[in-house]
Design a binder for this molecule. Structure first.
Ligand code: PMP
Length: 379
């Protein structure tokens, strides 16, 4: 099988799986228990938080809250902002549904929410951002790397603009597609809140985290036993927490060399796509994350091509897996991609082991699939 849908999820690494098994089988004690074995796990969780803060380039007095994944982290942040008494909030128009749909929900319930446009390149339109940054804005959420196109937002610049305008604005960024793929230094970015997820970086599913800068007030979504300093009740998912820590350490320590290798694979794939004798639009430019390429073949249905490739044991995505069953495409339409490409939008996304030879296999089968499609449909 050739798996080119790594932005949707990744295979767990051997290292992470080993840790997962150890904590499931040997150190399975409840961290809230009073006996020593439980207390030890509780301490291990605190150590894991410190390790993650360090790898993220954060301060040791900042906080990490473990959640069930990025969807929960994003919900927690946005719902907390609403509970804290919102004035006006800004969101990027290309946010993942776990941010966008929560923002829409608040808007439908009377909250003052504005969406900031993106440019044709897929990054935040700075002029529109500045226009919408009015004195009543007290919360901003803008993703670091877009999951459909790989477009990288200039988070540091956006934070600076906001904080220079009003230092009390709270700034959140969804860093799911950034962590382990491009270098992330939380302190340097200047964000107050940052969402990360494990299963995109070779860790287990069902675990994510929220970085919370010291002094930022966050409200819990889940009430109960008071775990995570009362911020997220429920018995901690210890095997996943420690496997996630391992996955982060491994991904971040290799981030630069993997970036260089995958940049070559990315360049090769883009050149090959553009050399095909079809009307193809590349929706990811050279400033995007090298791990994601969004492209579209004019007047063709993406799902048909996706299924034809699946028959050849090649798995790719169409847009974001979380919204793949929805019609239209909010992200590509906001980039002013012509209508004839929207229905045919596909996404290939790499992991650090993807090779040039994988791309050759993919391109050969893609080319064959498009030609069969065109023959059968006369398009
Ligand atoms: N944000 C982004 C940018 C994503 O790509 C994803 C996963 N598609 C999520 C949030 C949701 O992550 P999770 O599966 O951990 O809830």
């Amino acid at each position: 099988m050739l798996f080119l849908d790594n932005a949707s999820t990744t295979k767990i690494s051997d290292n992470a799986l080993k840790v997962y098994n150890e904590y499931s089988c040997d150190y399975y004690f409840n961290p809230s228990a009073l006996y020593m074995k439980g207390a030890k796990i509780h301490q291990d969780i605190q150590n894991a938080k410190q390790d993650i803060l360090k790898v993220l380039g954060a301060n040791k007095f900042d906080n990490i809250i473990f959640t069930s994944g990025a969807t929960e982290s994003n919900n927690m942040v946005i719902q907390s902002f609403a509970k804290n008494g919102s004035k006006k909030a800004l969101f990027g128009i290309s946010e993942h549904p776990s941010v966008y749909n929560v923002a829409k929900h608040l808007q439908d319930n009377g909250y003052n929410i504005e969406f900031v446009n993106i440019t044709d390149k897929g990054t935040i339109d700075i002029e529109d951002y500045k226009r919408k940054l009015t004195s009543d804005v007290n919360f901003i959420s803008i993703m670091h790397v877009n999951n459909e196109t790989g477009a990288i937002n200039p988070i540091k610049e956006l934070v600076n603009i906001a904080k220079n305008f009003n230092k009390n604005i709270v700034f959140h960024s969804d860093g799911v597609q950034a962590l382990g793929k491009i270098s992330v230094d939380i302190e340097d970015l200047g964000v107050d809140l940052y969402t990360i997820s494990s299963h995109k970086i070779y860790g287990p599913k069902g675990i994510g985290a929220l970085f919370v800068k010291k002094g930022i007030n966050i409200k819990p979504m889940l009430l109960g036993g008071g775990q995570e300093n009362n911020l997220r009740s429920g018995t901690e998912n210890t095997p996943a927490i420690f496997a996630f820590r391992q996955a982060i350490i491994d991904a971040v320590s290799n981030v630069d060399n993997h970036f260089l290798e995958i940049s070559k694979v990315n360049r090769y794939a883009k050149d090959k796509l553009l050399s095909l004798p079809y009307d193809i639009s590349l929706n990811s430019n050279d400033m995007c994350s090298p791990y994601i390429i969004s492209f579209a073949v004019a007047n063709l249905r993406a799902e048909t091509i996706l299924r034809m490739l699946e028959d050849k044991d090649i798995l790719i995505g169409n847009g974001s897996a979380c919204s793949s069953k929805k019609k239209g495409n909010r992200v590509l339409s906001s980039m002013n991609i012509a209508d004839k490409y929207i229905e045919g939008a596909l996404r290939i996304s790499f992991n650090y082991t993807t090779t040039i030879s994988d791309i050759d296999t993919f391109i050969a089968e893609l080319s064959r699939a498009i030609s069969v499609y065109k023959e059968n449909t006369n398009r």
